[in-house]
Design a binder for this molecule. Structure first.
Ligand code: AHR
Length: 311
């Protein structure tokens, strides 16, 4: 198991340090690396003892990490669940031991809402809506007329951001573009570059006339760009591309004209998470969902924004 403990001596004055057990999804994307760094830095800054483990995108690894945090008797458990279902049993074990659980980044589906205290993370459904809205602008800018054939690269099957981004996008599509937009192919690329590349190559085989790619994250979009170029097409021109995240490599691809727009999903959740963890430990009431603020970017903003991107 990949379980590393780290602690800092710069605690906020005397007393026992708060012990936080954190189970991360994996290291599938640039977003995830930035999120991991943010959590580690913020825990250090807050003077907590952080027990961190990387689940390599496997739910069973997350469940055993959480179990080990329960056994160790940490003060608070935080985790970003790889998929939405299947958590009730382990969350009940935490509750039985009176260890509060804070979700971060991704949510869960549970029959018992008391099994977690709060979620610190983005509104993924809204990100999907924003992607559809910004696609309207992208199509207009490109002067695209007539029907729009869309390929969708979905995130990890069963993961909150994959389910909700698809849902939000479809909502706008059904409401405002029922006549002209159509998702002609949609498949998971597991939020990775390799997945995006492989699935996009298959899409181009079955549907060579795709107009638009909506990728649930930058990394899959970047992988897809390689497949599009390998097929002799120009990403950003022959196929218009909208992605989610806003990592540096996404901004680089956008400043090269290969991505047309990016819907930001902010990975820098560490500081907010640590604040909430302290409040939860102190028994204070916190909001049920602490949402992250984010922006949208069109291609013409990419060059100016690039130097300011921190991750
Ligand atoms: O849960 C957030 C998503 O997970 C990011 O959009 C994606 O890049 C990451 O893998």
């Amino acid at each position: 198991e990949d379980d590393s403990s780290s602690s800092s001596d710069s605690g906020s004055g005397g007393g026992k340090k708060l012990v936080l057990g954190f189970s991360q999804v994996g290291s599938e994307s640039g977003w995830r690396s930035a999120n991991t760094d943010s959590v580690k830095e913020a825990a250090k800054e807050a003077g907590y003892t952080l027990k961190f483990s990387d689940a390599q995108q496997k739910q069973e690894n997350q469940i055993s990490a959480i179990r080990s945090y329960i056994t160790q008797g940490v003060d608070v458990i935080a985790f970003s669940p790889v998929v939405v279902t299947g958590w009730d049993a382990v969350l009940k074990e935490a509750k039985a031991k009176k260890i509060p659980v804070v979700l971060t980044d991704r949510s869960v589906e549970t029959s018992d809402e008391s099994l977690f205290v709060t979620l610190v993370g983005s509104d993924f459904t809204d990100e999907g809506r924003r992607a559809a809205k910004i696609l309207e602008k992208v199509l207009e800018k490109a002067g695209h007329k007539g029907p729009v054939k869309i390929a969708q690269l979905e995130g990890t099957t069963g993961a909150a951001p994959a389910i909700e981004r698809a849902k939000g996008f479809k909502e706008v599509m059904d409401a405002d573009h029922a006549d002209d937009w159509k998702i002609v192919v949609s498949q998971t690329g597991d939020f990775t570059r390799a997945g995006g590349k492989q699935v996009m190559a298959a899409f181009l085989q079955s549907n060579p006339d795709i107009d638009v790619l909506f990728a649930h994250n930058d990394d899959m979009g970047i992988g897809a760009i390689q497949a599009i170029e390998a097929a002799g097409k120009k990403p950003g021109k022959d196929i218009l591309i909208v992605t989610v995240d806003g990592v540096k490599d996404g901004f680089i691809a956008m400043s090269e004209g290969k991505i047309n727009a990016i819907v930001e999903c902010n990975p820098l959740l560490g500081p907010q998470l640590m604040e909430v963890v302290q409040k939860v430990k102190d028994g204070e009431t916190v909001e049920r969902w602490i949402k992250t603020e984010e922006s949208d970017f069109m291609q013409d903003q990419a060059k100016a924004a690039l130097p300011t991107r921190k991750y």
